[in-house]
Design a protein around this ligand. Sequence first.
Ligand SMILES: [Zn+2]
Length: 373
Amino acid sequence: MAKTIKKGRRRIKKNIKIKHNPKKSQRLRFFLVKRREVISDFWNISEYNLRNMKYKNYIQRKISPFLLIVTIISIIAIIIFMSVKNTPLVNNKDILKPVIFDTIPSIFEEHQEKREATTANKDVEIEPNIPVSLNDYQAIKEQIISEFENRSPQEWGEKIKGVKTRIDTDQKIIALTFDACGGPRGSGYDKELIEYLKEYQIKATLFINARWIDANPEIFQELANDSLFEIEDHGTNHLPCSINGKSIYGVEGTKTVGEVIDEVEKNAIKIEKLTGRKPKYYRSGTAYYDEVCVEIVEELGYEVAGFSIIGDAGATFSSEQVKQATLEARPGSIIIYHMNQPTGETFEGLKKVIPELVKMNYIFVKLEDYKLY
Ligand SMILES: [Zn+2]
C-alpha cells in the first residue's frame, strides 16, 4: 500500500516537472549547471566538449541503428550489382572464341546500344510487295531497250560514274557487304562467318546471286528472315555489267541492253517474291560496269552498290590480308567480302579485325539505312 502511494507521488512529481514552475526550473537549471561543472572538472574537459559528447551519445543511440541498416542494404545492393555486371556476355561454350570478346563484353554491349541508336531514327521505306507481271516486264524491257540500244559506252571499271562506293556520313559507321556469287564453284556457305555476325549482332548487306539462292533455298530464307541482314541483288548469272559483251577476269559480260535487264531484273523479281522486299541495290558479278549499264540499272529503279575497300579479293586473301585491308576502313567505308567460300580465310580475318574496329568505336550498318554516293 505504502509503495503504491510512493509510486503515485513520483508520478505526480514528474507531472509537476513538466508544468512550468519558474522557481523549480531555475533550481533545476542550477542543479544541471552544477552537475555539468562537476563532470567537467572530473574529466577536465570544456563545456563545449561535454555538449559534443552528448551529441555523439545521441548519434550512437539514435542514428547508429539507422546507419547500420543503410550500410547492410548498400552492401547487399553492391553484391547484387557486381554479380549482374560480371555476368559474361558470352557463355561457356564460347571459351574458344577470340579472347578479346571475353575481355571487352561491355564494348560490345555499348556497340549494340549505339547501333540501335543510329538506326532507330532512320525512315526505312517499306516497299510494297508487288512483283512485276510478265506483261509489265516485257513492256518495260522494250522501252528501256529502245532508249539505250544506240549508246556506245566509254568507261569500264569498278568505280566509274554512277557506282556508289561510300556511305554519305561523317559518323564512325562502316558497311560490311558479303557477296554470294553462286555457280558450280561459288555456291558454298560460310556458316561460321554468318553465325559469328549473328552472335555479335553485326549488321551486314548480302549481295546474293540467283544461282546461290537456288542452291541454298532454306539458308536463303533464314538469312532473309533475319533483320540483321539486308538482301540485295547480285545478278542472275553473275555477269559483268556491259551492253556489248566486254570481259573481265576472263568472264564475258552481258552483250545487249536486253541481257542487262534480264541479268538485273530476274534475280530482283526472285528476291522480291521470296522475301516480300524489292532489292534497293545491284552489284554485278565481278563488280565491273560500263556507264550505260549503270544508267540502265538506275532506270530499272536500283542503285549500283560498289565498294571503297576490297576486303577479301574473292575470298583469296589470307586472314592477315583480310585484317589489314579492313583496317583501312574510314567513316562511310563500304567493304566487299564473300560469304560463299567457307574454305577461304575471310572469316578468320574478320574474327581478328572486327573486335579491333569495335574498340575503335566503329558501328556496322546496312546500306539500306543510309544514303550512298
Ligand atoms: Zn560475286
